[in-house]
Design a protein around this ligand. Structure first.
Ligand code: ZN
Length: 113
């Protein structure tokens, strides 16, 4: 009978019926279970603001596993963004190389005349 009350007290949230509340106050097993639940709630609450970064490539792997979706492939936007990122990096590298070459040519022309 005691185990049945423990089971019912575990199922009923909050105070519940008075008989279960009285059981919770007197049963060490239910008090320990309540303490564990409160500790778990505090531990989970402490994780509320924690942000865990997804491993690199996870998004693409998940989308690849999903396969083609209806009429629109969700990977298309990611591919376009990756292409834009690579184009921007290539443009930046080209501009840096042009600036370096201009500096070298300027020095060379000063040295000559
Ligand atoms: Zn109990």
């Amino acid at each position: 009978m005691r185990r049945l009350r423990c089971f019912l007290a575990d199922l009923a949230p909050g105070e519940g019926p008075p008989a279960l509340a009285a059981h919770r106050e007197s049963c060490l097993r239910c008090q320990a279970a309540g303490a564990r639940e409160r500790a778990l709630g505090r531990a989970l609450g402490a994780l509320r603001d924690e942000v865990v970064a997804a491993p690199p490539g996870l998004q693409m792997r998940v989308l690849a596993r999903l396969g083609r979706q209806d009429a629109f492939d969700p990977r298309r936007a990611l591919i376009a963004r990756a292409a834009a990122r690579y184009a921007a990096a290539a443009g930046l590298a080209g501009a840096t190389l042009a600036a370096l070459l201009a500096g070298v040519l300027r020095r060379h022309s000063r040295a000559l005349g």
